[in-house]
Structure formats: C-alpha cells, structure tokens
Design a protein. Sequence first.
Length: 317
Amino acid sequence: MKSYLDFEKPVAELQAKIAELKALGENDDGVAIEDDVRRLEAKSEQALKELYANLTPWQKTLVARHPNRPHFSDFVRTLIEEFTPLAGDRLYGEDEAIVGGPGRFRGEPVMVIGQEKGADTETRLKHNFGMAKPEGYRKAVRLMEMAERFALPVIALVDTAGAFPGVEAEQRGQAEAIARSTEACLNLTVPNVAVVIGEGGSGGAIALATANTVLMLEHAVYSVISPEGAASILWRDAAKAQEAATNMKITSADLMRLGVVDGVISEPLGGAHRNAGAAIQATGDAIERALARLAELPPEEVRAERRRKFLAIGRSL
C-alpha cells in the first residue's frame, strides 16, 4: 500500500480515482475505462512532476524521512556482494544502529559502513532508529582502521536523525567517539566516498561523512540539527520547523551551491521511495565514478585532498 505525504494529497486523490475505475472495470466487463484511466494517470504524473519540481526544504525533509525510502540494508543488498557484517567495538559492546563490514562493490573489495534505521517496528527498535551510541562510532573507527590495513576503499551510507542523545551515551563518551570517528575518516589514505541517502543529522552524520567525495540523493537533507531542534532552540517553538528548514539551507541544491557536498544524485519522479531500484542503481553509478577518480591518486594525496576539501568549505563565501 502506498503511503502519501500531506502535500501529496492531489496525487493521492487522483490515484484513488484510478483505483476506483480499475476496480469498476474488473467488476463490469461492459464498462470501457481504458481512456479514462490513461487520462487520469497522465494527470497524476503531471501533478507529481509539478509537486516535486517545487518542493520546499521542509517538504524535502518529509521525503527524506519517508518510511518507504530505501535504507542502508536495501543499498547493501543490491550493490554489495559477499557483504560480511562485523559486530562490536572491542571496547564495550555492539551497536546495531551502525552496520558495516567488508564486501565487493561491482567486483572490487570495499569496506561499507552506514546507519540502518529499520523498516518496521521490530527492526527500528533493533537498530535504534539509526541513532548510534558511542560503541557504534567506535565500531566504525575499527572498521576504518581495518580498511586502511587492507587497502580497502570505504563507502559510507549516511541516514540518521543524529547520534543517540540519551544519558548513557553521554556517560560512555558520545562526543569523544564522534570526534574519533571523524578523525579516522580524515586520516585514511584509502579513498572514501559518503552518500547521504536520507537524513544527514548533525555529528552523527559527519562522523561517517568526512569523505573525499560527499554525495547526496536529490531529496535527502543534511544539517547540523533537525529543523524541529533548531526551532525549539531559536524560537522555543518546534512548530516553526518549516521556517527553520528554509533558513538552515539543508537541501542538496543549497549544499551543492555552498560547497558542502560534491554531487547530487537524481531521484526517480516522486522520490526514491517510489522506485527504490532506480535510486539505488543511480547511487551505485555515482559511487563507481567517484571511486574511479580517487583510484588514480597516490595514498598520501588521497588524504591531503580530503583535508584540503574540508578546510576550503566556507572560505570563498
């Protein structure tokens, strides 16, 4: 069953009419409905095009959070062969909000790391909605060190509202763990490519996304804080989240213009949740191009280029 966002109401109504006509045609062989269905389908597609060509930053935030949007596990299942997830940080325990391990991307060995939000109640609880604790980031550091040891390029798939804000996470050194993970990204001499596939929230995202090449899906968002969080701090009113989203410049187009990300991956009409296969394929193609360019650089230049990239952000504004 399709799930429509609030702003997609015109499309939902047209789709409901199409479903009614098709049901009528199935129940009454004497009713010719083909022309009406085609007309309504064309109208629905045009409405969808117009909606998605003019999404506000808040609407893009809702699309990025859509429950049917492909998650880390969907990308890995399609793009990575022989994926072997590794568990534990060798210091405290396992955190299933971050999943990672070696595998093969289009025939080449890589290390894949990312946040998994989960697709239903059971898996969302299992993965803590993609919000990692310190042991998750320390696991990411362990995997990056392993990638460095075995000369494996690192692919990071970022999708998190942010690091877990609970008391126990702070007690176990959340800020330090995020900083160490960010440092591990910067120190790699192997290429790393990060893709924001949904939400890129705060330090929880940058801990994996400090990469040579940072890409975003077209309707993903990437920001230092959620719009609701920013509105609560600035105006003490979470209801102003839409205004906050606009002012924070969180969309792929804004971040590309500001030099925060290096490329935007187009999504199928109506968002990745409407055609996950096409979105995943386009993401794989973009990762392949990025890794091919980086493969031509010597190891020390890979690290130097990454550091120059992040030092340059904001300097020309």
